[in-house]
Structures are given as structure tokens and as C-alpha cells.
Design a protein around this ligand. Structure first.
Ligand code: PAF
Length: 285
């Protein structure tokens, strides 16, 4: 397994693999890997001849009061995990290599898809994500790129960018990986103290409650949202950022639950803000 930090060297490595007729799969990450990331890597390993994993804590997607400085990092451990998964190349640039001082270009998906949900409380977050993902795509030129469904809005925004900009890359969505008690895996779970960790299961439990209501015939989005909020508000240390039911493509709020919908939530559990979602297909009447 190779570890490179320079974009140009990485570009040359990937160009040579493509010239050999190899299919390249890219797994973009911010490191501090867990089973969720490794499931993306295994997906990429199954579909491609060459697997590239990027590890870069991207400063442009963090707001001024967010956890960029304290975001967990452990490159040595990440390298061991990725070597065991048979990864071909780790691309781990520094911030200076990714954003030289004269860097002045951003890629932005406009409209409600980036303004609602997480975009409402993290105003420039998706602009940072689409900029860095475009740069990673330009460096690696993968045939396929793998993203987790836990970050459902990120996935929808990246699909939209790829389609709008005619990028010749297949975006492969991968299922949410959960702890045995249902908590979605996230690098930020490590911020939870034992009491907060117990409370954090309320995200998944409230989504299961919503699923049960919808399976029982409830179609009024407002009522389902109210039931979710009531359950979360009773959990210790929990403070809701948002609970919404939206259509899966444009992420616009729906009034009536039908077709393909996403129940998305963001909740502060003590300090950390956790997100989770449930994608449901409800037959139209
Ligand atoms: O999902 C993440 O870890 C990041 O947002 C990504 C896609 C690697 C871009 O920095």
C-alpha cells in the first residue's frame, strides 16, 4: 500500500493505473476510521481493481465555532486498518497541499438542497464538501466513488453536483452501519461520555417509532415529526437541531408521506451534534 500526500504524484499514480486498464474506486474520508468507513472500503474493493482512500480533515467544511481543531485524527491507526483491507493507495494531503495560498475557486450546489437540514445550521458546510470532493475527483479520476447514507444530505448534494457538472463518475451509496444498540457509527461518537452515549440511542429509537407509525398507516408528516420530537425531548442531554421529513432527491419538506421520503434528524447530545436518517418507500394511494 502506498501513502502519498502530493496531489500531483497521486494524479500520476492514478493516471498510470487507468492506463493499465484498471478500474479505480475512491473512498473519500476525514480519517479516524470506523466500521462505517471500512464498509465503504469493502464495497470499493469488491467493485474495482484499484482502491484509493483519501484522508483529509477538510477545513473549508467546518464553521468558525465547529470542531475542526479537535476533530479526531490518527493517521497511523488508519493506515494499519486500510492496509488490512487491501487498499492500494492512501491520499493524505496537508491543508497547504490541498489549498495553496492562491486557491480562489469553490464549487457550490445552489438552492434548497444545500440550504435546508444541516445547511441551515452549517451555512458554508456543503460548499466546503463539494469543493473538496471535486478536487479529490480531479486528482484521482475514479470510476466510482463511495459515500455513506448516514450523511444523506451530503450524498444528495454530491449526486446533484455530479449530474449538473457532467462528471463521469458513478456515485455508490452505502448503507448506514450501526452499533448493536442502533447508534449510527460516526467519528464524533467518541465525544460522548457514558451518559450521553446512552442518550444518543434516542436518534435511532425515534426513527424506529416513526417507521412504526408510518407502517401503521400514519401519512401526516407533521404528526410523525411531533411524535419524534416528543420522544427526543424526553431523553437526557438531548437538544433538537432539526427533525424533518423530506423528499429524497430535492430534500424539500413534504406534508403527506408518500413515495420515497427521508426522515432526517440532527440532535445535540450534550456537546456533540449527531445526525441520523431513515429512507422509507411508501406506496402512493
Ligand atoms: O463525509 C466525510 O467524511 C466528508 O464530508 C468528505 C466526503 C470526506 C469530504 O471532506
Amino acid at each position: 500500500m502506498k501513502v502519498l500526500t502530493a496531489p500531483l504524484e497521486t494524479q500520476n499514480y492514478c493516471r498510470n493505473r487507468r492506463a493499465e486498464g484498471k478500474q479505480i474506486g475512491l473512498v473519500p474520508t476525514m480519517g479516524f476510521l470506523h466500521e462505517g468507513h471500512l464498509s465503504l472500503v469493502r464495497g470499493a474493493r469488491g467493485d474495482n481493481d484499484c482502491v484509493v482512500v483519501s484522508i483529509f480533515v477538510n477545513p473549508t467544511q467546518f464553521g468558525p465555532n465547529e470542531d475542526f481543531q479537535s476533530y479526531p485524527r490518527d493517521l497511523e491507526r488508519d493506515c494499519c486498518l486500510l492496509e488490512a483491507e487491501g487498499v492500494d493507495l492512501i491520499f493524505a494531503p496537508t491543508a497547504e497541499e490541498m489549498y495553496p495560498t492562491n486557491s480562489a475557486t469553490f464549487v457550490e450546489v445552489a438552492g434548497s438542497i444545500t440550504k435546508g437540514l444541516c445547511g441551515a445550521s452549517r451555512p458554508n458546510h456543503f460548499r466546503g464538501v463539494t469543493t473538496v470532493v471535486s478536487k479529490l475527483f480531479n486528482v484521482v479520476h475514479p470510476h466510482r466513488a463511495y459515500f455513506g447514507q448516514k450523511d444523506a444530505q451530503q450524498l444528495a448534494v454530491i449526486k446533484r453536483m455530479v449530474s449538473d457538472l457532467n462528471m463521469d463518475i458513478k456515485i455508490v451509496p452505502m448503507p448506514i452501519i450501526r452499533e448493536p444498540d442502533g447508534l449510527a457509527m460516526s467519528s464524533r461518537n467518541r465525544y460522548l461520555n457514558p451518559e450521553a452515549r446512552r442518550s444518543a440511542t434516542v436518534l435511532h429509537r425515534s426513527l424506529q417509532l416513526a417507521k412504526g407509525l408510518i407502517e401503521g398507516g400514519e401519512r401526516n408528516a407533521e404528526k410523525v415529526i411531533a411524535a419524534i420530537r416528543e420522544m427526543i425531548e424526553q431523553a437526557k442531554l438531548a437538544r433538537i437541531d432539526y427533525v424533518e421529513i423530506v423528499d429524497v432527491e430535492g430534500l424539500e419538506p413534504v406534508e403527506e408521506i408518500e413515495g420515497e421520503i427521508l426522515i432526517a434528524l440532527a440532535v445535540f447530545i450534550s456537546e456533540p451534534r449527531l445526525i441520523d436518517n431513515l429512507h422509507i418507500r411508501v406506496p402512493s394511494k
